[in-house]
Design a protein around this ligand. Structure first.
Ligand code: CAA
Length: 262
């Protein structure tokens, strides 16, 4: 498929590859308009359906992962047009439908919807140049893609309130200390690091990968005792897979496992 606001590429040496999606509206610092979000949704669904893809990486440019929702495109909205068109909700929820792991590789600005998009991914690897922020308050609005909910879960109430109310940006080191990002690397190593993480995941058993993603997300929604009970059932269920037999046999035989994702 041909896209105008994103680039797609398949990477990786192993049998399961990584789908890489690069946000590509450089003149607008990758501002997230409807066309870009629709294309992102189409690309994510295509990788989700492709048996040869194990993991997805979303990245931007050196200057910006994304500087937020497209402000001129939003500026003319009234309450009624925002409400009726489902502004933000209708084509932003797509990441929640993706069951394969999605890694955000962030350099430069990740602001507003850009920060929210990164937080919708399963984990964030940041370049040392990354800057995270939720500056919507300066526009007379509030975050509309989960920023008031996901940021406190990621960095705690105090830091989230500080960022949301003052609109200050957080640099990569502070974001790592706060738990918003999993790793920080020099900008030049960002894609290598993200692709190596994706490749490590691609080599794991597919059913285990998908269940871990589902269960970690459940941790944010269900009471602990219910979620632990679900985990126990999935743990039992994996003893019905070829990959469990292969993984344990490989350990005993002191060799690397070769998973069939079944
Ligand atoms: N939407 C549309 N265009 C944007 C944009 C955005 N969110 N952010 C930057 N741009 C455009 C600028 O208008 C500018 O375009 P022109 O060259 O045509 O004038 C171009 O990108 C470069 O930007 P700057 O000249 O401003 O670059 P800078 O280095 O001086 O500043 C910045 C960079 C700090 C990121 C600044 O551009 C900025 O503050 N951007 C807006 C950030 C923001 O408020 N994001 C939240 C949006 S609302 C939202 O996201 C709601 C939600 O929850 C989903």
């Amino acid at each position: 498929m041909t896209y105008e606001c994103i680039l797609t590429a398949t990477q990786g040496a192993g049998p399961r590859k990584t789908g890489v999606i690069t946000l590509n509206r450089p003149k607008a610092l990758n501002a997230l308009n409807d066309q870009l979000m629709n294309e992102l949704g189409d690309a994510l669904h295509a990788y989700e359906a492709d048996e040869g893809i194990g993991c997805i990486v979303i990245t931007g440019s050196e200057r910006a992962f994304a500087a937020g929702a497209d402000i001129p495109a939003m500026a003319q909205h009234s309450f009624m047009s925002a409400f009726k068109s489902g502004l933000i909700s209708k084509n932003w929820e797509v990441l929640r439908e993706i069951r394969k792991p999605v890694i955000a590789a962030v350099a430069g600005f990740a602001l507003g919807g850009g920060c929210e998009l990164a937080m919708m991914c399963d984990f964030i690897i940041a370049a040392d140049t990354a800057k995270f922020g939720q500056p919507e308050i300066k526009l007379g609005i509030i975050p509309g893609a989960g920023g008031t909910q996901r940021l406190p879960r990621a960095v705690g109430k105090s830091k989230a309130m500080d960022m949301l109310l003052t609109a200050r940006m957080m640099n990569a080191d502070e974001a790592e200390r706060a738990g918003l990002v999993s790793r920080v690397v020099p900008f030049e190593k960002l894609m290598d690091e993200a692709l190596a993480a994706a490749e490590a995941i691609n080599a794991m058993s597919g059913p285990s990968v998908m269940l871990i993603k589902e269960l970690v997300n459940l941790a944010y929604q269900a009471p602990l005792s219910d979620a632990v009970a679900v985990e126990r059932r999935y743990f039992h269920a994996l003893f019905g897979t070829d990959d469990q037999r292969e993984g344990m046999a490989a350990f005993v035989e002191k060799r690397a496992p070769v998973f069939r994702h079944s």
